[in-house]
Design a protein around this ligand. Sequence first.
Ligand SMILES: Nc1ncnc2c1ncn2[C@@H]1O[C@H](COP(=O)(O)OP(=O)(O)OP(=O)(O)O)[C@@H](O)[C@H]1O
Ligand SMILES: [Mg+2]
Length: 176
Amino acid sequence: MIIALTGTPGTGKTVIAACLREKGEYVVDLHQHIEEKGLKERFDKKRDTYSVDIGKLNSSLRSSIPKDRNAFLEGHLSHFLDCDMIIVVRCNPSVLHERLKKRNYAPQKISENVQAEALDVILCESIGSDAHVFEIDSTSCTPEQAVVMIREIIAGRTAGYEPGSVNWAEEMVKWC
Ligand SMILES: Nc1ncnc2c1ncn2[C@@H]1O[C@H](COP(=O)(O)OP(=O)(O)OP(=O)(O)O)[C@@H](O)[C@H]1O
Ligand SMILES: [Mg+2]
């Protein structure tokens, strides 16, 4: 199975991915893969980021991912890629705000990301795909606990992780 590990920047994908790797899982760091395979295209000045051709990224991943085991694709683009399952990592918007402030992001970039989290943007984008979609709340759990949740989902114990399990309705007034 190919499992996309996605979420708003700062929700904890990389920290959880590192823990998955430590526990022996096969994890592709999409940023690193894009860099190594020379898949960066036009620079988008407004967004301060590079665009990537999703088709080319999918073929590049297809040729490098082992077929005999589960593979995780980690990055905030991963839910747009060919995969069987999408796990959206969520974080309470107020906590996310603090995490992003520590990164010294510009105030506009912080509020854009915090609003996107409060409004379930990545979850909604994920639901548009053909893959099975689940979400985990990483706000107050350790990466090890997040790995336990991910393994439960993969084992089919999905109760409590369905889309809509995480609800930031009360946070929306504050950030949106
Ligand atoms: N469960 C957690 N509890 C406390 N702090 C956490 C937790 N998960 C992540 N953090 C902290 O939040 C910050 C962002 O985590 P991380 O870099 O894993 O996010 P990310 O989702 O990979 O972001 P990006 O999309 O920008 O790469 C880090 O400083 C990390 O230490
Ligand atoms: Mg990351």
